[in-house]
Design a protein around this ligand. Structure first.
Ligand code: HEM
Length: 233
């Protein structure tokens, strides 16, 4: 891929990753979002699904790139794709905090309109005990939170200058946590569905293939390192 094409490719990837978000905006403007039987449920599932699928896409970039040296340019898209997964995961968290948990959005808005800047925080303080209770009682929330915190750490440390500041090795070690984040997100999905529901199997199968590819690569690298080097005189 000629390097002149990379900026265009990045624009294309931005456009594709923003499509789900645009769909939400359009549904909201057309009134079809609020007309749904359970808009909050829809938003929670929609943002959770996209956060996870984009995360898996991000994980797929490295093994696909390794298939051929001609695909080396793919690595230049990885940071961007990873940040989009974090973007949807954060929307998912915001939907949980402000819509799913019983936060009184109309009262917060009315307060702001009346010039009471503290009202949104007051409303947050009212739902905080039940949210905290959720975190303590529901293991699927705990593991989801773990996945989000890991994605946050990866997003914050993703700029080149942070990489230089941390040093390549330390940065790489931290960024391997992306596998733990994906694993936690898949566990989150299994733990929230009702017993007998097999819906998360697709993401589980994709993650298993990606982890296997990583393992095979690692084993190959180890074998290469261990192999004796024959020199010709
Ligand atoms: C920040 C912490 C998180 C919280 C509080 C949270 C909360 C939730 C809730 C309440 C649901 C819906 C449960 C239900 O329907 O009963 C859900 C579903 C889901 N979440 Fe999360 N989540 C979090 C993080 C994440 C992350 C980081 C990901 C992915 C990277 C994710 C992916 C999903 C998926 C795939 C679903 C199911 C969607 C479906 O059923 O189609 N969640 N989450």
């Amino acid at each position: 891929m000629p390097s002149k094409a990379i900026p265009w490719l990045k624009v294309l990837v931005h456009g594709l990753c923003l499509l789900p978000f645009m769909k939400l905006v359009m549904m909201y403007r057309a009134g079809t979002l609020v007309a749904l039987a359970d808009p909050v449920q829809f938003l929670t599932h929609f943002t959770g699904d996209w956060a996870l699928w984009i995360l898996l896409l991000d994980l797929a970039i490295t093994p696909v790139r390794r298939l051929s040296p001609k695909l080396a340019w793919l690595i230049r898209l990885r940071r961007m794709v990873g940040l989009y997964s974090f973007f949807y995961a954060t929307l998912h968290l915001l939907v949980y905090v402000f819509l799913f948990s019983g936060y009184d959005v109309p009262s917060a808005m009315d307060g702001l309109k009346a010039g009471h800047w503290g009202e949104p925080f007051h409303q947050l303080a009212l739902v905080w005990p039940s949210m905290w209770d959720d975190v303590l009682k529901r293991r699927f929330i705990q593991v989801g939170l773990l996945a989000w915190v890991l994605l946050l750490a990866l997003a914050v440390t993703s700029p080149q200058r942070v990489l230089r500041w941390m040093g390549g090795k330390r940065w790489q070690k931290l960024h391997r946590m992306v596998y733990v984040a994906a694993f936690a997100a898949v566990v989150h999905f299994w733990w929230l569905v009702k017993a007998g529901v097999r819906e998360p199997w697709k993401v589980t199968a994709v993650l298993a293939v990606l982890l296997l590819a990583r393992l095979l690569w690692w084993a190959r690298q180890r074998r290469k390192k261990a192999a004796p080097v024959f020199r010709t005189a």
